[in-house]
Design a protein around this ligand. Structure first.
Ligand code: SF4
Length: 431
């Protein structure tokens, strides 16, 4: 439930603060101090989305509508396809992907999600407001909304955030940085509790879990020969291609597995024919041999020549499913949602609070400066850190740093394109 302007004012009054902070405000500052200046101090606004925010909102809305009971499971893909057609008809240049390949991949991954997503077996609540308070040189009150939350069977409150972005950076130290938003929400839940079925419930940090659902990806699990389970992450639209080598091995191993089983039968037969073997033992061996022979019988139809194996891999990859593979291979692999869980504890949360307050204090001091442009100044954009500026910044056209970056690059390209003296004479037929 989104809070109204009036409701937010009631909260501010109650907390004794003149403004509420949002996570996007802090992350904008972390991303680029100049962008913060333009957005939140100079209040420059640009209308509209880019392709990522556009499809990100659609994906959130569909899965949340499903959990809210407004949509059935098989209506999710229909809705998504409808939205893709709407977007195609709009043909808005601001909503274009960088390349056709990226566009097709992005859309196919989400189509796979809305066809195969495993639903959560707990009661889900969406878009619940959360409030977190921090103390620095002043009191900071954060307000945000959780994509989804639920209580699992161990009584943990799970904060679930849907992500349509790339999975890169969602590991190790970077994951902790990325998870700052959810940690702030976890702190809020810990500070104020949660109203569950009309009752206020408190959650210590170790009973709060934070989790990302990386919508474009899936986890594929299978049992290895050594008896251990292996789980690998793959882009949804390419998960069979991602497993192609393993699948080929499964098929190529069938004759070897049969050979191994035959050897086992040989060993058992030897034991059975030994003089010291009692009639009871022999009976046991006969049963075991029968079972192994049955396994061989089951595997025998799946001895394929290399051409057939190639064909199966190709078709499976094209269809992105295992329907063309034998049942025992289909049963071996499990495709699940790609969740990324972030381990939090009191120490991690304390560090998050410390860093956050330091950033908030920094912003507050800079905002109080007379010369704001000087206070929020940044270094020039380098090629190595230009990805966000080029692809994601919605105020790049208003940004002097970006203008300079473009001019510098254009100059560089022009220089590259100039023929040298020798090439020039050759071009003019004077060499
Ligand atoms: S284009 Fe780059 S430098 Fe300019 S405001 Fe955006 S993020 Fe900052």
């Amino acid at each position: 439930m989104r809070l109204s302007y009036e409701q937010l004012n009631v909260i501010k009054e109650k907390l004794g603060v003149d403004k509420l902070w949002s996570f996007s405000k802090v992350s904008t500052y972390d991303q680029c101090s100049w962008l913060y200046l333009m957005k939140y101090i100079q209040k420059i606004r640009v209308k509209g989305d880019n392709c990522y925010t556009y499809f990100g909102s659609i994906a959130h809305e569909i899965i949340q509508d499903f959990y809210d009971g407004k949509m059935k499971y098989d209506e999710m893909l229909l809705k998504f396809n409808e939205k893709v057609v709407e977007w195609q008809v709009k043909d808005d240049p601001k909503l274009k992907f960088n390349t056709d390949k990226e566009r097709d991949g992005y859309i196919e991954n989400l189509r796979h999600y809305f066809t195969n997503v495993q639903t959560i077996p707990y009661k889900i609540t969406n878009e619940q407001a959360v409030l977190a308070i921090f103390n620095g040189i002043e009191k900071y009150a954060f307000q945000g909304y959780l994509d989804s939350e639920f209580i699992d069977d161990q009584g943990n409150l799970v904060i679930l955030d849907y992500k349509t972005s790339s999975i890169s950076g969602f590991t190790g130290k970077k994951l902790i940085e990325k998870a700052r938003q959810l940690m702030i929400y976890a702190i809020g839940v810990n500070q104020h509790g949660r109203l569950i079925e009309g009752k206020m419930q408190k959650f210590p940090i170790d009973k709060i879990k934070i989790r990302y659902d990386m919508m474009k990806y899936c986890n594929v699990s299978f049992l290895q020969k050594n008896g251990k389970m292996k789980t690998t992450k793959a882009e949804r639209r390419l998960w069979v291609a991602h497993l192609a080598n393993q699948l080929r091995k499964d098929l190529e191993d069938v004759p070897k597995d049969i050979e191994k089983l035959e050897k086992e039968i040989g060993k058992l037969e030897k034991k059975m024919n030994m003089k010291k073997t009692t009639p009871e033992d022999a009976e046991g061996y006969i049963v075991a041999i029968g079972e192994i022979a049955h396994d061989i019988e089951k595997l025998s139809p799946f001895v394929y020549d290399p051409i057939k194996i190639n064909e199966m891999i190709e078709n499976g990859t094209l269809e992105n499913n295992l329907n063309v593979f034998p049942q025992f291979i289909q049963d071996k692999y499990t495709v699940e949602n790609c969740y990324i869980d972030v381990e939090i504890n009191d120490e991690v949360i304390a560090e998050c609070k410390k860093e956050l307050v330091a950033t908030l204090d920094e912003i507050t001091l800079k905002t109080a400066e007379e010369d704001k442009e000087e206070a929020f100044n940044r270094s020039r954009i380098e090629n190595s850190d230009s990805y966000y500026c080029v692809n994601l910044c919605d105020l790049k056209e208003q940004c002097n740093f970006y203008k300079e970056f473009k001019e510098h690059n254009a100059m560089f390209v022009t220089k590259q394109e100039q023929p040298n003296d020798k090439e020039l004479l050759a071009m003019l037929g004077l060499s």
